[in-house]
Design a protein around this ligand. Structure first.
Ligand code: EPZ
Length: 414
């Protein structure tokens, strides 16, 4: 993407459906046997297409009509996830729980790591074993099976892993008796999955304090649900507005989902108004340096860390950004430094010495959120920026070039 920087963004855009809510909610359709799941507000993204390919490979018939998608699940499903699709997207591991619960078997090639760190699924497998699954790993492939239904029980997650929470909730949906999972992830995407399971006739009760209680059923029934707005995409555009000194409105969001990011932005001197389902950003001269540590929800989200660091690279003063969720989520820093930023990495902390200006450069997206950080830096920088390897960005940002152009940005796909 070629970006002519230095133009304050102006205008109104709408947040897309949340990628990280849609992926588990789509996988939940596998719990059905001869039923249908209808979803609204499904974003049009590479990762969503990959999940559609995976579900189709397992036997699901998918009818897409813009952001309304219907998943028709036959009586018989394959339970082997194709290696090429699992390697393409780590979130493919979310079919493990529902497939095992529904078919009594599942074969899943281990998802690869990616540029933000090794991505084990040990917590997923540990929980499934506790529910009675037999798990064997051979040549990098997980063979899971269960004689009869999985058994409900109390599970304590060593870490509030988003994916492990989602896989175990879906497995519990068809288990016998009651499953109580403690120390679960509290991201809004978990609530969206809970609502979807309820739409499929499953009794789910989140206690709002890191626990969930699920009463398993011997089968799930057809239903429909809506995907929540994408809080990370929304904050990316809010930060683009802040960095370019523009005035933009982001609609169709749930402000409570972005409290921690807005609080940090307020601390840094950004000016904005929060409405019932939108945020309006106003221009400020320059942010003040702030420090932050990424944490599981409701803490500052790791998925907004690169974008926030890009904004802080122009702040007045030295900011400390600590990444506590992933092992290595700072690959974007060296690319920002090519644009004139002054960022040093020491272990899991980025020390950002704010500069007055960034200048355009040829930079490379190393992963989804790093790519987003480079794009918003390019919008604020003087001169032209070329962001390469946009394939990472298309995984999670629907029509980002069109959305930015609608805000007055001069961007084009070279
Ligand atoms: C989800 O990934 C998101 N992906 C990620 O968003 C997000 O960064 C992450 O949650 C944290 O919020 C989707 O929802 C599809 P985790 P997930 O399990 O489920 C370790 C994006 O940019 N861990 O909460 O993989 C793991 O290595 C993506 O949209 C284990 O050690 O996140 C990591 O360090 C990137 N063992 C930490 O926990 C396990 O069994 C958080 O992982 C599972 C996880």
């Amino acid at each position: 993407m070629k970006i002519a920087g230095g133009i304050p963004l102006k205008g109104v855009i709408k947040a897309q459906g949340a990628k990280n809510a849609a992926l588990p909610v789509m996988a939940a359709c596998l719990l059905l046997r001869g039923g249908e799941l209808a979803l609204d507000n499904v974003p049009d993204l590479y990762d969503i297409n990959t999940m559609n390919e995976l579900l189709s490979a397992l036997g699901v018939v998918i009818e897409k009509n813009a952001d309304h998608v219907v998943f028709k699940v036959p009586d018989e499903l394959s339970y082997e996830a194709p290696e090429n699709l699992v390697r393409k997207m780590r979130a493919s591991s979310l079919v493990l729980g529902p497939l095992l619960a529904r078919c009594g078997r599942a074969v899943l090639p281990l998802p690869g790591g990616c540029s933000i760190g090794s991505r084990p699924i040990d917590l997923h497998l540990k929980g499934l074993k506790q529910m009675g699954a037999e798990i064997e790993i051979k040549d990098g492939v997980v063979y899971a099976s269960t004689r009869g239904r999985l058994r409900g029980r109390r599970i304590y997650l060593d870490f509030p892993s988003v994916g492990a929470t989602e896989n175990l909730m879906m497995a519990a949906a068809l288990a016998t008796g009651e499953t109580i999972i403690e120390n679960i992830a509290r991201e809004p995407e978990i609530d969206n999955l809970a609502d979807t399971l309820k739409c499929l006739g499953i009794q789910v009760e989140l206690d709002g304090a890191g626990g969930v209680r699920i009463r398993g059923n011997d089968q799930a029934s057809s239903g429909s649900c809506r995907v929540i707005p994408d809080r990370i995409e929304a904050c990316t555009y809010i930060l683009a507005g802040v960095m370019t000194g523009g005035e933009i409105t982001v609609n169709d969001i749930i402000p409570a989902h972005i409290d921690s990011t807005l609080a940090k932005l307020e601390e840094a001197g950004a000016r904005f108004k929060v409405r019932r389902n939108s945020v309006i950003v106003y221009p400020v001269k320059r942010l003040k340096a702030v420090s932050l540590k990424t944490m599981p929800f409701p803490g500052f989200p790791t998925d907004s860390q690169p974008q926030m660091a890009a904004a802080l690279s122009l702040a007045k003063g030295v900011s400390m950004v600590e990444e506590s969720v992933f092992q290595a989520r700072f690959l974007y820093a060296q690319e920002l430094n090519r644009m004139g930023a002054d960022i040093k990495i020491s272990k899991d902390v980025a020390i950002i010495n704010g500069v007055e200006k960034l200048h355009g450069a040829r930079v490379r997206a190393t992963d989804l959120r790093a790519g987003a950080a480079l794009i918003i830096a390019g919008l604020a920088a003087g001169g032209e920026t070329y962001v390469e390897d946009m394939v990472h960005v298309w995984r999670g940002y629907e029509a980002i070039d069109e959305k930015l152009r609608s805000l007055g940005a001069q961007v084009e796909l070279a």
